[in-house]
Design a protein. Structure first.
Length: 149
């Protein structure tokens, strides 16, 4: 591993410990040439997951897109960042545990909405209104009625 400070290849591991609930390993390293310490993370390489979009286009899975949608839905709501991160982690774990090479975006959207409904109803409706592409007030009201039952 090259040192990020001096680019020397003369580095060594001085401490290792599990990180991210045992899904990765955090390693503290020391550069023998410049004496600086730095941290690296080691993760299992997963099969690239392909998302099948609503228009049947395919693109590589990108966690930041899921995070962006959920964060927009939760904007100005009393939801802890840890709760949002855990929710996204849970959905991500679930989709990767399916061991499928391709997964429809609709599956991911439904998984997120199920969790958002339990966390915050306003965030759920916000997410659903964009995800389900509500065309008018009646569609919006129908979703609210379902939620209130």
């Amino acid at each position: 591993m090259k040192c990020p400070f001096c680019s020397s290849e003369n580095t060594r591991v001085i401490d290792s410990r599990p990180a991210d609930d045992n899904y990765s390993i955090r390693r503290r390293r020391l550069c023998d040439d410049c004496g600086k310490r730095f941290t690296t993370y080691e993760k299992v390489e997963t099969i690239p997951l392909i998302i099948i979009k609503k228009d049947n286009n395919r693109e590589q899975y990108d966690r930041s897109k899921m995070e962006g949608g959920v964060l927009r839905a939760c904007h100005k709501r009393p939801i802890a960042t840890d709760t949002i991160t855990k929710m996204i982690d849970d959905v991500e774990t679930e989709i990767f545990n399916r061991e499928e090479k391709e997964i429809p975006s609709t599956v991911i959207g439904e998984l997120l909405m199920d969790r958002l409904k339990d966390v915050d109803q306003v965030a759920y409706v916000r997410f659903a209104s964009v995800y389900r592409e509500f065309k008018d007030v009646n569609t919006f009201m129908n979703e609210l009625k379902k939620m209130l039952q």
